[in-house]
Write a protein that binds this ligand. Structure first.
Ligand SMILES: [Mn+2]
Length: 384
């Protein structure tokens, strides 16, 4: 009898012991779960902060760039007669369709000067190249001075503020368009008359981003047969990446009806536009039609590429990849061979060459083009 009791006590102790152990284990598991959750939270927070700070770094204007704009502006104010184009006749080259025309939109003086410098340095006949620089009102003065500080081997540079392009403003604001319609009609009519008398060689223009460097003579682009297409661009898709499905909302019936989700995306940064084909295909109207439809952001979320992919869906001509090598602002694994054979390299991504966060292996491609010999650049301590 006593033996039976002892036996029972022993088993009970054992059971209690085991239960305690399992209880401890459960506590340990819970603690582990809590830790994992906390670490995960920290990771998400760090990731967000990281993305945020790299965005700040990418968007902020470095002190030296700011200094340069200020000094150029100071010069502009001190000598208005020397730099203003007001009241002066437009030089005929600016509108000559036989020349090679470029369009660059930017508010970064040094960046634009690198684009223009690199393009005319590599041009066999620089005097046949016309650069149309479009900036904003605030940077117009600085930009005007910058391009009058030296000669560009005869290359022509026109600087304008986006606000001065009346057709840009009115086409974005329908009310304005209605107000100006009488004027616009006259403008189109007069142009038509003018064009009828001019034997029109088709007008083509090369659109360049301000974060690119030209490394070769680009005139070959004007010799490419565009097959009636509007937009010449390099394609960016590989495998399942960079296809239309990634850029727009294919659960929307309109998108599903009009586009193939597997269609290959292309890149902005160096785009060759045939303006006659542009007008014929009514690209401006098409673009605004889709922008209007997307007012509530159901077709695509953000950015300028999706509406571009939509507008030039059937009117894009793929260019050979060596024309435009991109990713120098985020992809460290671009090969030297790829860069060497590129006509244009593009610092797409956040690590712009004028920022401290630029990738050291690519930065010299850009810095070697900066006009360090200019007094204004030196005055701002613009050192390599
Ligand atoms: Mn770019």
């Amino acid at each position: 009898m006593e033996k039976g009791v002892r036996e029972r006590i022993k088993t009970t102790r054992q059971v209690i012991g085991e239960a305690k152990e399992s209880f401890d284990n459960q506590i340990k598991i819970q603690k582990l779960k809590d830790t994992i959750f906390a670490v995960n939270e920290q990771l998400t927070k760090a990731k967000k902060q990281g993305a945020f700070s790299s965005l700040i770094a990418a968007k902020s204007i470095p002190k030296i760039l700011h200094c340069l704009s200020m000094r150029l502006m100071e010069e502009r104010i001190a000598h208005p007669e020397k730099y203003s184009d007001e009241g002066k006749l437009t030089p005929p080259e600016v509108e000559d369709p036989k020349l090679y025309h470029y369009a660059i939109f930017s508010d970064n003086v040094v960046a634009v000067s690198v684009v223009v410098n690199s393009a005319r340095k590599n041009a066999k006949e620089p005097w046949k190249h016309v650069f149309h620089v479009v900036t904003d009102k605030m940077n117009l003065g600085a930009m005007q001075v910058m391009f009058k500080l030296k000669d560009y081997n005869g290359a022509h540079i026109e600087v304008k503020a986006v606000e001065d392009y009346k057709f840009l403003n009115s086409s974005y604001v329908p009310v304005l368009r209605q107000l100006e319609s009488a004027n616009l009609q006259r403008f189109y009519f007069e142009n038509k008359l003018e064009n009828a008398t001019k034997d029109t060689t088709n007008m083509k223009i090369l659109f360049l981003d301000d974060d690119i460097v030209v490394q070769k003579d680009l005139t070959g682009l004007w010799k490419i047969d565009m097959d009636g297409k509007v937009n010449g661009a390099v394609e960016t898709c590989f495998g399942s990446f960079h296809r239309y499905a990634q850029y727009m909302n294919f659960s929307h019936p309109l998108i599903r009806a009009k586009f193939n989700p597997k269609a290959c995306a292309w890149a902005y940064g160096m785009n060759f536009f045939d303006l006659d084909a542009w007008r014929r295909e009514k690209c401006t109207e098409e673009y605004h039609y889709w922008q209007k439809l997307n007012e509530n952001r159901t077709l695509w979320k953000l950015g300028t590429l999706p509406p571009g992919l939509i507008t030039y869906y059937s009117t894009t001509k793929p260019l050979d990849k060596s024309w435009h090598v991109l990713g120098l602002g985020y992809n460290p694994s671009i090969s030297i061979d790829q860069i060497r054979s590129a006509a244009v390299v593009h610092f797409s991504g956040n690590m712009k060459p004028w920022l401290d966060i630029a990738m050291t292996q690519f930065k010299p491609l850009w810095t070697k083009i900066v006009d360090y010999e200019l007094d204004f650049v030196q005055a701002c301590n613009f050192a390599v």
